[in-house]
Design a protein around this ligand. Sequence first.
Ligand SMILES: [Zn+2]
Ligand SMILES: [Zn+2]
Length: 171
Amino acid sequence: MEEALRTECRLAETGTAADGPTVVTEGQLDRIERYLVDITDALAQVGLKRCSCCGKFFQSADPKALFKGREVVCYRCLSKWWPHRRGQLSTIERDSIEHKLVHWLIREHNADIVRDPAKLGEKADKISMIASCLECNGTGISDGRTCSRCYDGNIWVVTPRDDIPSSASGS
Ligand SMILES: [Zn+2]
Ligand SMILES: [Zn+2]
């Protein structure tokens, strides 16, 4: 957080480079940070929540807009965020969030589960995400046999590309 603020401060200074860089003190940074926390709190009170990925605000009451796992992430960011995030979690955490995510996509975004990657081509106009099979927990083996619900432990969750809720700022 602080690092991002420092970078923004530096960017804002580029116009006055002739005067040398303006030093932003720790005290100023603290004030900016408190100010941002206050604004975020105020927006939460009017029902807006922020995507931890892109930083945009969405209506918290809109069940389609935000996935609320350990972090809050908007629908648009999910397909970029999850493949990266899942690699940083323990297996137990990853499976629990991923199951929640798959169920949320099915419930709120009419997601289809595709078990054969060869059939993904027909769904080119959709957003897809690879997840561990919910039946065999990604092992590919169920009751001692090859799991019939997945391809080698993986399933593809595909949702329509036009099913994207708009952010509070309207973009
Ligand atoms: Zn986002
Ligand atoms: Zn399976």
